[in-house]
Write a protein that binds this ligand. Structure first.
Ligand SMILES: O=C(O)C(=O)C[C@]1(C(=O)O)C=C[C@@H](O)C=C1
Length: 360
């Protein structure tokens, strides 16, 4: 067989496989529609099921035979599921805008591309819109953020009735975007101040002469640069497309493992998925041993803590609340027992939500 004949044969096989895939995806979509009908008949308007989605994606990851990597395979299934959910209910998801921020990347990574993402200007606005029910969910950065808003997110939880129903981590890569085509034409670099800091080494080496100008967000930097000759922005790859800018340099961050964690907020948290986390807001007694008493119940019930963050409580000087993440769902017996114990040992305990550990 000639090379050309072999190529034609393999392409015929690909066409047949695509046809089968289409039939199977269609059958899956019909199943999702049937599920929606059952939910509606039962008066259950909870179409999005974070725990079920996490279970499906974990199974796909575990069963992936290769040669496609786990990330690729789960991404494909993420999109199929996103399209199926959109048939049941088109979701609206608010994120910290403008378009092209890493928070939008996080929203699309978590929900897939069949949701409608809505950019909002501030984190409190995202909380307000989710509370009011004008959007279904919100996505907010919480840890190791490039946008410098961690404390705004944590503070918003103190008075909010919302729950955390998911988490997603995004590897942050910075791109130098510009209307210019050469580095020598750039005399000012705009970005969020944390992103400027994260690329300091690269800027020192490659653009020592350029002024560094901090602005509210990386996407805002891209927007400004699109209107100003002689400037460049440090922003996401997505921002290049949105603001029609050229990529002058890729992955210019000094630390290659820079990751930001985002939370999904909604009006309910998630049922148990089998691999869950719980976020708590705690206030310990302002006395000797208060912090120790707060941590003892976790140790006693063998609960592992993945994060602890303190924030001023705003009730008085030197008065703090603690944001604590633990492994396990709030309905898990050990977590339940630890929570009961915590209620006795602390001034107050608020469960901010249990949710599946990030899969993607
Ligand atoms: O299992 C469900 O409840 C569904 O609605 C189906 C489905 C899916 O496509 O697999 C779609 C949306 C949910 O978020 C979870 C799963």
């Amino acid at each position: 067989m000639s090379q050309e004949q072999e190529l034609a044969q393999i392409r015929d096989r690909i066409d047949a496989i695509d046809h089968q895939l289409m039939d199977l995806i269609t059958e899956r979509a019909v199943c999702a529609r049937k599920i929606a009908k059952i939910k509606i008949a039962a008066g259950d308007w909870q179409f999005y099921r974070p725990e079920r989605e996490a279970q499906i994606l974990r199974r796909i990851k575990a069963e992936n035979p290769g040669p496609l990597g786990d990330e690729e395979m789960t991404r494909l299934f993420r999109e199929i599921m996103s399209a199926c959910l959109a048939l049941e209910q088109p979701l609206t998801v608010a994120y910290l805008g403008p378009a092209g921020t890493f928070t939008q990347t996080a929203a699309l990574k978590h929900f897939g591309r069949s949701v409608k993402t809505v950019p909002l200007g501030t984190i409190p606005e995202i909380f307000r819109e989710v509370e009011a029910g004008s959007v279904h969910y919100g996505v907010v950065p919480v840890e190791n953020s490039t946008e410098g808003v961690v404390s705004h997110t944590l503070d918003s939880f103190v008075a909010s009735p919302l729950f955390i129903c998911g988490e997603v981590c995004v590897r942050i890569h910075h791109f130098l975007l510009s209307r210019e085509t050469t580095l020598s034409a750039v005399n000012a670099v705009y970005s969020h101040q944390q992103s400027l800091a994260q690329c300091r080494g690269w800027l020192d080496r490659n653009l020592p002469q350029a002024e560094r100008i901090p602005v509210a967000s990386n996407a805002e930097a891209a927007r400004l640069v699109a209107e100003r000759p002689g400037t460049a922005a440090i922003a996401s790859e997505a921002a290049a497309e949105i603001y029609a800018l050229d990529i002058l340099a890729k992955r210019i961050e000094d630390e290659p493992d820079n990751t930001t964690r985002f939370l999904i907020i909604g009006r309910a948290d998630a049922p148990m998925s089998g691999d869950d986390k719980t976020s708590l807001l705690l206030a310990c007694r302002n006395e000797a041993g208060g912090l120790h008493a707060m941590l003892t119940p976790l140790v006693d019930h063998d609960i592992s803590m993945t994060r602890i963050e303190s924030r001023p409580s705003r009730r008085g000087v030197w008065d703090y609340v603690f944001f604590v993440d633990i492994m396990g769902h709030r309905e898990n017996p050990a977590v339940l027992a630890a929570l009961e114990h915590l209620k006795r040992e602390t001034l107050f305990v608020k469960v901010l939500g249990s949710y599946p550990e990030a899969v993607l």
